[in-house]
Design a protein around this ligand. Sequence first.
Ligand code: NAD
Ligand code: MG
Length: 385
Amino acid sequence: MQPETKNIAILGSTGSIGKQALEVIRANETVFAVEVLAANSNADLLIEQALEFNPNCVVIADESKYHYVKEALKTSDVKVFAGNKALAEVVEMDDIDMVLAAIVGYAGLESTIAAINAGKQIALANKETLVVAGDLVTRLAKEKGVNLYPVDSEHSAIFQCLAGEFHNPVEKIYLTASGGPFRGKDKSFLAGVKKEQALKHPNWDMGAKITIDSASLMNKGLEVIEAKWLFGLKPEQIDVIVHPQSIVHSIVQFTDGSMKAQMGLPDMKLPIQYALAYPQRIKTNFKRFSFFDYPQLTFEQVDIKTFRNLALAFEAMKKGGNAPCVLNAANEIAVDAFLNDKISFLQMSDIVEKCLQTVKFIEHPDYDDYVLTDKTTREAAVLMI
Ligand code: NAD
Ligand code: MG
């Protein structure tokens, strides 16, 4: 019997993850249908996607683009909405089975929470959601019977390794890190790097924010916190190991000492498809791994002294409360400033560290506390630029 089509809402459809998700859907038209497409301001691409995939509706967060999108889609039956409020409302639509949360940054929090509240299954790319409010988001998901399927490649790897092991305790996990474009470099080198260098990731082609985060190792810091919440781990159960080839996507070590790793060529379409189709594996024509292209897979210790962001993320995770929310907000401001040539590469960590020291600590934050923490941290960080 043919299973029913799964109706997907893609929040962030014009981004790197969103576009690759649409490639997966295009290749599996009988398995998936697009119900909602949402983007920030890239109206032309959103229109093009809407004309191809014919969703029930599209949302453009930037309200000034509403009339442009509406006009372009007037001969279709695609409904058009605009603004952040609409974004949080459309995810409640009855026909949606799963929401792919692929907005970048804190901006993805509200719509992800709204989708969980509406009982939608979540394919989670937006790691910042769990960094900012992991406690609240995972509790809510449990309460609503919603699964959070990881899209991040490392977390998808851990999730795949845990298949069939749900009653076996995990001793620890190793998140692999490529090391980014500046692996092996020292602080004096990092002091002078320009955004063009930081934007050249050796193994992955991603959005600008996550590419800078990968170069500064903040991405791995955010992923450590993401893993804590997704898999219910203690900070000391999470380790990071540098693996420059990005073939081993992460490793789980069980209490008997056995280790399971998930491997494959670096291609985000694979974890995206696994999250969308879980528990099925769908046949693909993605390029296969050849041992002879990679005669050596290597592993090395992460240089946490040079790449301070990772140490700061571990600290924030251990401190808990609103500290990871502060870390995230400060980092978003810092990355934006670096991308606009306003601060140097190393100043990004300075800003994050200062915000962690100065923004008021809240041990048991509720949603409003997170919103306020994000706002105050951004204001404090902007003053440091
Ligand atoms: P991107 O910058 O390429 O795309 C971001 C998307 O979010 C765009 O569609 C944009 O229109 C939308 N967006 C941004 N701000 C918005 C707002 N205020 N309201 C509505 N929409 C908004 O980013 P990306 O690389 O696709 O990353 C998306 C998320 O997935 C991030 O959280 C990132 O950490 C995570 N992720 C990405 C990759 C990757 O390979 N790109 C891998 C793992 C995890
Ligand atoms: Mg990742």
